[in-house]
Design a protein around this ligand. Structure first.
Ligand code: NAD
Length: 422
């Protein structure tokens, strides 16, 4: 049932709720448990005064939403983006709940967001804002309560400042409060690559199921940030050709393959892909409609819509981003029947799985090698893939609904077993 009249009302929250309902219908969940499992548990809204380099004070606003705390501490990234809304953060928190549950992690789901264009801040302003956000959410988080991580617009450095702020508040080094940190501060080897590595692992596994070899694989990726660039490198190293990439400034397409090293060097120097001469310039919208074997949206939500879903020319759609496909587009893709869709909660779960490994290493003060991390990651991804594909057959439903059925069932069962307090 549509959740209207809630503080989270927004198209993206509605998208997450409708996806939930499709899975809850299959599970035959009763109304009480359904609402309890669907609704975010709690949220905090913070306003943060930050002294800018020019001496003036600017107020920024942000959120932290904890969707589910019944199966462990909340877990989920922090987004710095000028379009962040409470409804978006709530939807992302909800997806984290199902993703953690599907992967078998001992977590609930959460997400944070700050309304800011981080590119418009100097490095010192970014540090002050990052520290102030952490300061404001300290009463709400902790290694046993809620463990943030990076998302769009944040990175290892931001995680380091936040961990330092939290640790200073506690009076001791406490790295388990946040993941995605630099390795020198308790970050896990392989965490930087983890989400993209996981996306690439699923792409390879599904292509293998389809008997498509690497030399016949052309990949287009929207969003050449952490997830998109690591997925590109992993697929390139496997033997695939990366024919299209993009960032918020636009896309680049080259049917003969893009020189990824040159693209990364360009970004390191100019911060964006703008001006990169490794191919033809296209808009993000045009890029999504180019012919390819694998299309990976790895930027923001709701980019594959009823307008372009019928025009996609890919064999596999691998959701590196969270929520890139609207429900209307989902239906069109499902009716077409010629595209294998790897849904976000499965496809990008490598990130939170290695975040879990990072947290475990922090709690134990015992650190693993990168091959150990990747070996454990790949085993967990293989288990999740097998159970999703089995559930898809069992219920004759889409892969997204199958993944959600698995993720939601465990959370609902935990809630039902715990009962209501008091
Ligand atoms: P990032 O900030 O490192 O990169 C985002 C990329 O998207 C950048 O290249 C940016 O320029 C581009 N972008 C932004 N707006 C765009 C637009 N309107 N059109 C095209 N490109 C645009 O972020 P990230 O960490 O790589 O996250 C990307 C996606 O993956 C998000 O949906 C995020 O929630 C999801 N995700 C991230 C992780 C993680 O570990 N970082 C884990 C799971 C899922």
């Amino acid at each position: 049932m549509a959740l209207t009249n809630t503080i989270y009302s927004s198209p993206v929250f509605q998208q997450a709720c409708s996806q939930f309902d499709a899975a809850a219908d299959i599970l035959g969940m009763d109304a009480g448990l359904r609402e309890r499992t669907k609704r975010p548990r709690r949220c905090v809204v913070v306003s943060m005064p930050v002294r800018m380099d020019n001496g003036k004070i600017e107020i920024f606003e942000g959120y932290r939403v904890q969707h589910n705390l019944s199966t462990g501490p909340a877990k989920g990234g922090i987004r710095f983006h000028h379009d962040v809304t409470l409804g978006e953060v709530a939807a992302l928190a909800m997806w984290m709940s199902w993703k953690c549950s599907l992967a078998g992690l001992p977590y609930g789901g959460g997400k944070g967001g700050v309304i800011v264009d981080p590119r418009a801040l100097s490095i010192t302003e970014l540090e002050r804002l990052s520290r102030r956000y952490m300061q404001e959410i300290i009463p709400f988080i902790g290694p046993n309560v809620d463990i943030p991580a990076p998302d769009v617009g944040t990175n290892e450095q931001v995680m380091a400042w936040m961990m330092d702020t939290y640790s200073n508040h506690q009076g001791h080094y406490d790295p388990g409060v946040i993941t995605g940190k630099p390795v020198s501060l308790g970050g896990s080897l392989g965490r930087r690559e983890a989400t993209g590595e996981g996306v690439a692992w699923f792409v390879k596994a599904y292509l293998q199921d389809l008997n498509i070899p690497p030399e016949k694989t052309k990949v287009i990726i929207q969003g050449f940030g952490n997830v998109g660039s690591e997925a590109a490198l992993a697929l390139y190293n496997w033997g695939a050709e990366i024919t299209g990439i993009s960032d918020y400034t636009g896309g680049v397409y080259n049917a003969k393959g893009i020189d990824l090293k040159a693209a990364l060097a360009h970004i390191a120097q100019h911060k964006t892909l703008q001006g990169f001469r490794g191919g033809d310039t296209l808009t993000n919208e045009q890029l999504l409609e180019q012919e390819c074997t694998v299309l990976i949206p790895a930027a923001l939500e709701r980019v594959i819509t009823e307008k372009n879903a019928g025009k996609l020319k890919c064999r596999v759609l691998a959701e590196g981003a969270n929520g890139p496909t609207t429900n209307e587009a989902d239906k069109i893709i499902s009716d077409r029947g010629d595209i294998e869709l790897i849904p976000d909660v499965l496809c990008n779960s490598g990130g939170v799985i290695v975040s879990y490994f990072e947290w475990l290493q922090n709690l134990q003060n015992y650190y693993w090698t990168k091959p150990e991390v990747f070996d454990k990651l790949h085993r967990m991804l293989a288990k999740a893939k097998a159970s999703v594909d089995e559930t898809m057959k069992k219920y004759n439903c889409s892969r997204r609904t199958a993944a959600l059925v698995l993720g939601i069932a465990r959370v609902a069962e935990a809630k039902a077993s715990r009962g209501l307090f008091p």
